[in-house]
Design a protein around this ligand. Structure first.
Ligand SMILES: Cc1cc2nc3c(=O)[nH]c(=O)nc-3n(C[C@H](O)[C@H](O)[C@H](O)COP(=O)(O)OP(=O)(O)OC[C@H]3O[C@@H](n4cnc5c(N)ncnc54)[C@H](O)[C@@H]3O)c2cc1C
Length: 429
């Protein structure tokens, strides 16, 4: 049986950060990755749209605290501050919103977070963000749609209020011209990563942790497991002995919402009156409407980037990516009528569109985590090392502040590596 010091399960942001930290400490490691590629939920596809397109993570959020921002800079990835050029086109019932409507929208947005912060003290510890959200104003559902399904990939009512507030992200939000998946590929260069290695069972009761799967068996002195919480909750990885009930419960208390992404390619010169990087959205009557948001022509490229989140994304996901493509075009038709169809390549033409499929992907089973109401402490429970660091969980869901992000995953992976390396020292002593 092959042996190493520290085994890392998963080569997404957390796994790559963990493996780099283990190697930097002079220890041996082996990364086992189920898919035929690395990067996990950060994946840049380059062929279909003839431009880099991130099917998963898009921005480096909160760049001032984001460990990946300086790494991107150092790698020559030319981070671009999206906030510096943001503009919004918002449609109301098929026509552009008036200045007065936009002012009312901005006012509703400005009132949203203060209302939630005020409610935190008033409502009990098991309150959902949905209970605290303002209701009844003409723009409240639109703000809730943005903050819930679009940004957090789940309805506000599904999310713990405290966790929602504690994991809010500040600007700057950076875009990378070559994609964040490309950045992670570069950061993983030279690491011992075995792709196509699906870990099915982890025995962690003895002095050695043993991972098993179609690849055989590998033993290590400690293991760091970075698979998404939905993969853990589905029981796709068996642990022997079984995980402590609180840890198992934590995976269930941190479900993944769904955010689906699509790139739609222009047919010619018509840019729909949208400047590069402009946002396009519409007013909704209900938070859970299947409304999409779009970002136009990033870096002047000839595609729109569309997003659909929450329950509507799950419903379409069951039908496959072509259903998302049809829905996205229908959404654009609401604003632009037949001009939208003329401005885009016909859907059946090769290279016309590219869509994510995270909901049906067995190694993701969703986009990113939120905490169920009353379950914010699950992030700490899942992130706490077991058996003195012999078994550690890491990944975006484990980070109490930067959950759901690449930055959270990266920091969590590095922290798990410290715990696992600490275990090696105590074991030697
Ligand atoms: C559509 C979308 C948009 C997003 N937008 C942003 C954004 O703009 N900014 C941002 O910061 N974040 C964003 N995120 C979230 C970000 O992508 C994740 O938080 C981050 O990539 C998670 O990294 P991770 O290492 O925790 O998990 P993952 O990247 O999921 O890595 C886990 C790895 O484990 C592997 N694995 C699973 N099961 C097994 C098994 N049995 N055996 C071996 N390996 C296994 C998986 O294949 C995967 O590679 C977005 C995500 C999605 C889906």
């Amino acid at each position: 049986m092959a042996e190493t010091d520290i085994l890392v399960v998963g080569a997404g942001a957390a796994g790559i950060a963990a493996a780099r930290a283990v190697r930097a400490a002079g220890r041996a490691c082996q990364v086992l990755e189920a898919r035929g590629r690395i990067g996990g939920r950060a994946w840049t596809e380059r062929a279909t749209l003839a431009a880099p397109f991130d099917l998963g993570a898009t921005w480096l959020h909160q760049a001032g605290d984001n460990p990946l921002a300086p790494l991107a800079e150092a790698a020559g990835a030319r981070p671009f501050d999206h906030d510096a050029v943001r503009s919004h086109a918002c449609f109301v019932a098929g026509r552009p919103a008036t200045p007065a409507e936009m002012a009312a929208y901005d006012a509703a947005y400005a009132a949203f977070h203060p209302a939630l912060r005020a409610a935190r003290g008033r409502l009990g510890p098991a309150a959902s963000a949905g209970e605290a959200a303002p209701r009844g104003g003409p723009w409240d559902a639109t703000v809730a749609h943005w903050e819930g399904p679009v940004i957090c990939a789940a309805p506000l009512v599904a999310m713990d209020l405290g966790d929602f507030l504690d994991t809010q992200l500040d600007p700057p939000n950076l875009l990378l011209p070559e994609g964040v998946g490309t950045l992670l590929e570069g950061l993983a260069a030279g690491l011992p990563i075995a792709c196509g290695a699906v870990v099915e069972r982890i025995a962690w009761g003895g002095r050695r942790v043993v991972a098993e799967g179609g690849f055989g068996r590998i033993a290590a002195r400690a293991a760091i497991v970075t698979v998404p919480t939905a993969v853990l909750a589905a029981g796709a990885l068996r642990f022997d002995p079984a995980l402590p009930p609180a840890v198992e419960q934590a995976a269930h208390d941190l479900p993944l919402g769904l955010l689906s992404k699509i790139g739609l390619r222009a047919s010619g010169a018509d840019r729909l009156g949208l400047a590069p990087f402009a946002g396009l959205e519409r007013q909704v009557a209900r938070e859970d409407e299947a409304a999409m948001t779009f970002i136009a022509w990033p870096f002047g490229q000839d595609h729109l980037m569309g997003f659909l989140g929450g329950e509507a994304a799950w419903a379409l996901s069951a039908e496959g990516p072509a259903a998302l493509a049809a829905h996205a075009r229908a959404e654009l038709r609401r604003a632009y009528g037949a001009r939208a169809d003329r401005a885009l390549l016909p859907a059946d033409e090769e290279g016309a569109w590219l869509a994510s499929d995270w909901g049906r992907d067995p190694f993701a089973r969703g986009a990113y985590s939120h905490a169920r109401p009353g379950r914010a402490s699950a992030r700490g429970v899942l992130g706490a090392p077991l058996a003195g660091g012999r078994l550690c969980f890491a990944g975006e869901a484990c980070h109490p502040r930067l959950a759901a992000t690449l930055a959270g995953a990266w920091e969590s992976g590095a922290a798990a590596a410290r715990a696992a390396l600490g275990h090696l020292l105590t074991e030697t002593a």
